[in-house]
Design a protein around this ligand. Structure first.
Ligand code: AMP
Ligand code: FES
Ligand code: ZN
Ligand code: ZN
Length: 324
């Protein structure tokens, strides 16, 4: 039996970049300590903050919710969870149920937004009406609903479940595109802009995908194992992830070193963003006169839906906030 580097128990995982083999208990503590360090190193959450956690039901955001819940008492912040029901058949039904169960078991108030109730259609119909790839319209809608909910809730930050491998993949893709503006947004947090945008934080910034998966498995966290059915099999993201996995096998810790250096240098990319504007129809953050969400909704419904969406969320939150 291979023993844990820190106790006499059986090691269940090898962490090559740290030269450790850890048992179940020490691995759990190791990951929680690393998330705590990430929060402190990048100043992601301070005492007294209201933190909204965006939970898809996948392994990363579920793991993140569990860890933040554990840290919330010690670091003294309040948690709310939100889930967007995307209306993608059984995948969305199961994802929603999974998030409901998890937040109930942790006793965290959950806000659920249904895209079908807000826009009248689910993501597959919206994508075909807009004649755009599902992931692209889905991204616009998710970003808007998450930011609008955070603003209406008065959240100080929104926690997103991107892990280290996600960041590397996006960074590599955007580097190849030389999209410095997109690179500027890939740090451990983005800035808040009063009344327009709430800061997004990434507590799993330094957690490898396999670590987040293992944490969920050994701590019996229920999560959705299926991939979104709209995701493309041959996407560039997947290819980059596989290649980086091979590089990490040969050079353990190279990915962790990269995200740390990248986070340190993020200021050099940040001067490249275009000036932000306020959407003329809904009043939220936009790069153009009218935001992407309002333009997308106009294309499919003939109406800019941002304003109505914000009112819908405001009403929904009244009920939730009365109960908590
Ligand atoms: P993705 O954009 O699917 O890679 O997901 C990145 C992060 O966005 C997740 O880790 C969650 O924090 C959040 N997210 C994705 N999908 C949803 C959803 N349906 N509801 C709430 N948050 C989501
Ligand atoms: Fe958005 Fe699959 S989760 S299209
Ligand atoms: Zn141990
Ligand atoms: Zn708008």
């Amino acid at each position: 039996m291979v023993k844990c580097s820190l106790c006499q128990d059986k090691a269940i995982v090898k962490i090559p970049y740290a030269g450790l083999r850890l048992c179940k208990e020490h691995f759990t503590k190791y990951i929680e300590d690393r998330v705590r360090k990430t929060i402190k190193r990048y100043n992601l959450i301070s005492s007294g903050m209201r933190v909204l956690v965006a939970v898809s039901g996948g392994k990363d955001s579920s793991t993140m919710l569990v860890i933040l819940n554990k840290l919330s008492k010690e670091l003294k912040f309040t948690l709310y969870a939100m889930h967007i029901d995307l209306g993608i058949g059984n995948y969305s039904v199961y994802s929603r149920r999974t998030v409901e169960k998890l937040s109930q078991s942790l006793n965290i108030p959950l806000i659920i937004l249904e895209v079908k109730k807000i826009l009248g259609y689910g993501i597959p119909e919206i994508a075909s009406k807009a004649k755009r790839p599902a992931c692209s319209v889905c991204g616009v809608i998710k970003r808007y609903l998450i930011n609008a909910t955070a603003l209406e809730l008065g959240a100080d930050v929104v926690a997103m479940g991107h892990n280290l491998d996600d960041i590397i993949t996006y960074a590599f893709k955007e580097f190849m595109n030389q999209n410095l503006n997109a690179l500027a947004k890939l740090g451990p947090s983005t800035k808040s802009i009063k009344d327009l945008a709430v800061s997004r934080i990434r507590p799993l910034y330094e957690i490898y995908e396999r670590e987040s998966l293992l944490y969920a498995l050994i701590n019996n966290i229920t999560f959705v194992k299926d991939e979104c059915p709209m995701a493309r099999e041959d996407s560039l993201d997947r290819i980059i992830k596989v290649k980086y996995f091979e590089i990490e096998e040969r050079y353990p810790g190279i990915k962790l070193a990269f995200v740390r250096r990248f986070a340190k240098n993020i200021q050099y990319y940040q001067g490249t963003e275009p000036e932000f504007k306020k959407c003329k129809t809904c009043g939220l953050l936009s790069s153009w006169d009218i935001c992407s969400y309002c333009r997308l909704s106009f294309k499919i419904l003939g109406k800019y839906m941002g304003h109505d969406t914000r009112n819908y969320i405001r009403e929904l939150l009244k009920n939730i906030l009365i109960r908590t």
